[in-house]
Design a protein around this ligand. Sequence first.
Ligand code: NAP
Length: 347
Amino acid sequence: MRHDNSDPIYQYTDTPTTDDTFYMHLALNEAWKYQLLTYPNPAVGAVVVGACGEVIAVAAHREAGKPHAEVLAIRDAYVKLSGDLSLAECDDAATLHEQLPERSRNLFHDKTIVVTLEPCNHTGRTPPCASLIEKLGFGRVVIGSADPNPEATGGAKRLKEAGVDVIEGVERKACDALLEPFVRWRNGRFVFFKLAQTLNGVIDGGIISGERSRRWVHAVRERIDRLLIGGETVRKDRPRLDSRLTGGKAPDVAIFTRHPDTIDRTIPLFSVPGRNVSFTDRLPEKGLVMVEGGAGTFEALEKETDWMVLFVAPFVKGGMGYNGAKNFEILHQRKSGEDIMLFLKGR
Ligand SMILES: NC(=O)c1ccc[n+]([C@@H]2O[C@H](COP(=O)([O-])OP(=O)(O)OC[C@H]3O[C@@H](n4cnc5c(N)ncnc54)[C@H](OP(=O)(O)O)[C@@H]3O)[C@@H](O)[C@H]2O)c1
């Protein structure tokens, strides 16, 4: 036991208390960096661990169609263990699935792979990860959540049948939380509200969050099915709501208002090429939906909103605060440039 849970610090913190939970939290942290950016795939993280408990590689799935987390962690571990740099930059899943078993020989026999989600067992846009892990001869596989996708599940069973020591359900609650957007959008819809505030809770008066946070927002806008924006925000802020910081496709926008006639249609939001703009008094029924707006929009849609993504910028100023009342659970937090970024779920 390298992480001793008799240490008094563990009585006061959420710090992982066993080796497997420690590795799982490394995998989780990496995966959260790409949360929502992997749509329509889930966010997944993986860690390759050596025979003496050393962390060899940590990776996450980054984008649909690109290699899964396990494959990237195995690639990085292979490069480190073998010194062969020729695959170091390869992010073509088919090449990695073919080349890694050919080149690895016995490199992984005494290694463990820790994955937030059961390795997939089907050929989708990439070959099955369970088959790669089996071919490489991993001795042990540690899994957080079971795969909720009926077409992809069966990886754990397959690995057990191949004689691999498979441990399931490690930090399952935290792994299930990571997976929640995927599960919800598969069942119809996932809605998250994006908000930026100053340290003293001011949300108006122009741009609040820093460049890095705004780049994240623009990258997510490229992937969502619909952006719903508060009508009053459109009237006051006259935003463009595109993805110019990341250079991608601008999202279709639905303006949340009961008074479409009072919206000025000459503002830039309406002239972004290829974009559809509509007016609505409800959320779309399906897909990945981002909501941007102030307190009025949030209050009106709160019951149907799954998560809030909140950026807190490190300054104070005068202005309008957010005067709602609601309790949240923090699912994940991290620095985003100069800001703090919080993934919140209403209680
Ligand atoms: N810091 C940030 O991240 C951020 C982001 C966006 C906006 N803001 C700030 O927030 C303020 C505006 O917030 P807001 O847009 O939420 O406006 P708001 O003043 O809070 O009003 C709520 C909006 O929601 C609409 N609405 C409420 N219930 C509705 C329903 N049942 N059906 C259809 N529409 C409904 C209202 O429609 P009507 O048009 O019919 O009244 C109104 O446009 C601005 O000061 C803006 O700068 C801050």
